[in-house]
Write a protein that binds this ligand. Structure first.
Ligand code: HEC
Ligand code: HEC
Ligand code: HEC
Ligand code: HEC
Ligand code: HEC
Length: 478
């Protein structure tokens, strides 16, 4: 044992190829670790999955190396003991160690500078977040179809600074475990629901200026009826978006100067909101609203949260559609031919059917549509077979970007809170049934949020006045 300890470290490390491999692994892992860590600390790379490299892969290599070194030494000593080899002399061992050092250094430079850097760069991209991991397929599909499709996932999902850095690494590793052991939740909880969403002040507000001056937003919403002609109508409204700096409107009402709104969600998905507190430092107003159907003692136990951008804009990018809306949009954009009788009605019906998998939907949806026209409109089917086949493919694509049977994501799984027609949205609070001590309520006055200029009209007067009649529907296909 003493002789073993006396032996210089070089001989120990180079006595067997296993030890050499072990020390190679140890140094490579250590160097890569040291290289990636500061890169991350400086905020160049924020990807949570980098934690998989930093805290799982590299440590495994490091430990494996540490195990191999003594194993190799043991084997080498055994070979000497059995007379299969002689104890290496010092100069030979040093020579061998020098060669070994040179080789591992070159390898490390290559690995560290090329592989690690490339891997880190790749992990920054939306492709990595959204595609490497199949679990993210729904979010990726909806993201690609949204105004933020050029914004990196990490810009909304990782807080800047060391705290965000650390927690994102921890959750990256936890998610990897979930996927590895196949015990992740299906559907995965929305980020607000699981409490893991980074506060909007650290994400949205880096790019959007909440104080922006007031504006109104003109919106034309297409609709198609369930009749044979798929009669087109339009809803036209002026949203009072406003701004925080004296401009009022929607934004000003919730976070203008001095305004502070807190609320207590009654469920994890925040679809019921029994308690709301409004305070305005400028006017000195402070009110606490309680839903008429809520019991005060139940409400006291609920957690309280600060209202932020994502309480209204919870789907700025993972915007899943409902069948009616998706079909309206596709008809309006010319992706579906408006000339096919009853297409709106039939399309929504077919989309509402449950299919076992995305692939199955890809086959059955076009088949069902073709079947319908072949049976009901044989002449039309003969003439417009191509348009019908194309419509079938478009419908399948709508299904495949909104419904993910294997992940239990279906129509309406993730509600959009920006509005009130498809889910409670604004009306979670604005229902005239949240009452303060002075009997004030949170109002449902249509005009304070939007000026309704036309509701499902075939030829809205206002569009004519603005010279837009017929122009907005120009992309439609017969
Ligand atoms: C513009 C900001 C933004 C970007 C960019 C973004 N997300 Fe999200 N993401 C959100 C918000 C906000 C939520 C929370 C929605 C909720 O809780 O209702 C969310 C939720 C999620 C969820 C939880 C499931 C769900 O739908 O609520 C996953 C998973 C997710 N995002 C993955 C991704 C991936 C992968 C990317 C990149 C391809 C990405 N996100 C890009 C804002 C963003
Ligand atoms: C990295 C910058 C960035 C971040 C972070 C970001 N956005 Fe955006 N957002 C944009 C850009 C750029 C656009 C404009 C896209 C366009 O006009 O095509 C946009 C557009 C929007 C729009 C208008 C969408 C429309 O239909 O016109 C809303 C609403 C919005 N963002 C909300 C949010 C919210 C809420 C968050 C936080 C969860 C957020 N954004 C985070 C860059 C960002
Ligand atoms: C009380 C709900 C609510 C809150 C909170 C809220 N918004 Fe909005 N915001 C709206 C509505 C409603 C619209 C109009 C959207 C529409 O109809 O397309 C809008 C529009 C926008 C637009 C598009 C403006 C335009 O003219 O196209 C942006 C960008 C935006 N919001 C960013 C933010 C950011 C950033 C925050 C947080 C600081 C925020 N919003 C907080 C309700 C809200
Ligand atoms: C968490 C509860 C809550 C939600 C959700 C909410 N609001 Fe509000 N809103 C309030 C409170 C509280 C007030 C201030 C009431 C008061 O003056 O006491 C308010 C005020 C307003 C006002 C000013 C009303 C007036 O009469 O001046 C507008 C406009 C408005 N909200 C629009 C919206 C829109 C649009 C949405 C949905 C995108 C929305 N709100 C969602 C709580 C909410
Ligand atoms: C608290 C604010 C608020 C109030 C009050 C409100 N709305 Fe809305 N409304 C919205 C928002 C936000 C949208 C969504 C706009 C969008 O799609 O971007 C909307 C959308 C609509 C739409 C279009 C639906 C579609 O097809 O997409 C109609 C119609 C409508 N509202 C009618 C009404 C009527 C009628 C009232 C009065 C009883 C009312 N709203 C009260 C905020 C409000």
């Amino acid at each position: 044992m003493n002789r073993f300890l006396d032996r210089p470290i070089v001989a120990l490390l180079t006595s067997h190829w296993l030890s050499m491999l072990g020390s190679g692994l140890v140094t490579t892992a250590a160097i890569s670790w040291l290289l990636v860590l500061p890169l991350q600390m400086r905020g160049h790379v924020d990807n949570p999955y980098l934690g998989i490299i930093l805290f799982v892969a590299l440590p495994i290599l490091f430990v494996a190396g540490l195990v191999l070194i003594p194993a190799g030494t043991f084997l080498a000593r055994r070979r000497v003991r059995l007379g299969l080899a002689t104890t290496p002399d010092r100069p030979a061992a040093i020579r061998r160690f020098a060669t070994f050092l040179a080789v591992t250094t070159v390898a490390n430079v290559v690995i560290a500078s090329q592989l690690t850097y490339r891997a880190v760069e790749h992990m920054e991209t939306a492709q990595f977040c959204g595609q490497t991991c199949h679990v993210m397929a729904p979010e990726m599909a909806a993201y690609q179809n949204s105004p933020h499709s050029r914004v990196a996932c990490v810009d909304c999902h990782v807080a800047p600074g060391a705290g965000g850095w650390f927690s994102s690494k921890v959750s990256g590793v936890r998610q990897l475990m979930g996927v590895t052991f196949n015990n992740y939740e299906r559907p995965i909880a929305s980020a607000l629901e699981s409490g893991r969403l980074v506060p909007a002040s650290q994400t949205c507000e880096n790019c959007h200026w909440p104080q922006g001056s007031g504006s109104v937003k003109f919106q034309v919403i297409p609709n198609f009826a369930d009749d044979e002609a798929n009669t087109a109508t339009q809803t036209v409204l002026m949203m009072m978006v406003g701004g925080a700096k004296g401009a009022g409107g929607i934004h000003g009402a919730h976070f203008g100067p001095g305004v502070n709104i807190r609320f207590a969600p009654g469920d994890k998905k925040r679809q019921s909101i029994p308690w709301v507190e409004y305070s305005n430092e400028k006017t000195g107003t402070k009110r606490t609203y309680l839903a008429t159907d809520a019991k005060p003692e139940q409400v006291t136990a609920l957690p309280r949260v600060q209202m932020q951008c994502v309480d209204c804009h919870n789907r700025p990018t993972h915007t899943f559609e409902l069948p009616e809306r998706a079909v309206n949009r596709a008809l309006s954009a010319g992706d579906l031919a408006t000339g096919l009788p009853f297409l709106k009605k039939k399309a929504v019906e077919i989309l509402r059917v449950e299919y076992g998998s995305s692939a199955e939907a890809g086959q059955k949806i076009p088949a069902a549509l073709a079947e319908y026209y072949r049976g009901q409109y044989p002449d039309l089917f003969a003439k417009r077979g191509d348009a019908i086949a194309d419509a079938g493919r478009q419908l399948a694509a709508i299904y495949q970007r909104n419904v993910f049977p294997d992940l239990k994501v279906t129509w309406g799984t993730y509600a959009n809170n920006l509005g009130h027609t498809d889910s409670p949205g604004c009306f979670r609070c604005h229902d005239e049934a949240h009452v303060a001590a002075d009997q004030a309520t949170i109002k449902q006055d249509c005009a304070s949020c939007h000026e309704l200029l036309a509701v499902e009209e075939p030829a809205p007067e206002v569009l004519k006045t603005l010279g837009l009649a017929g122009k907005i529907a120009q992309s439609q296909k017969q």
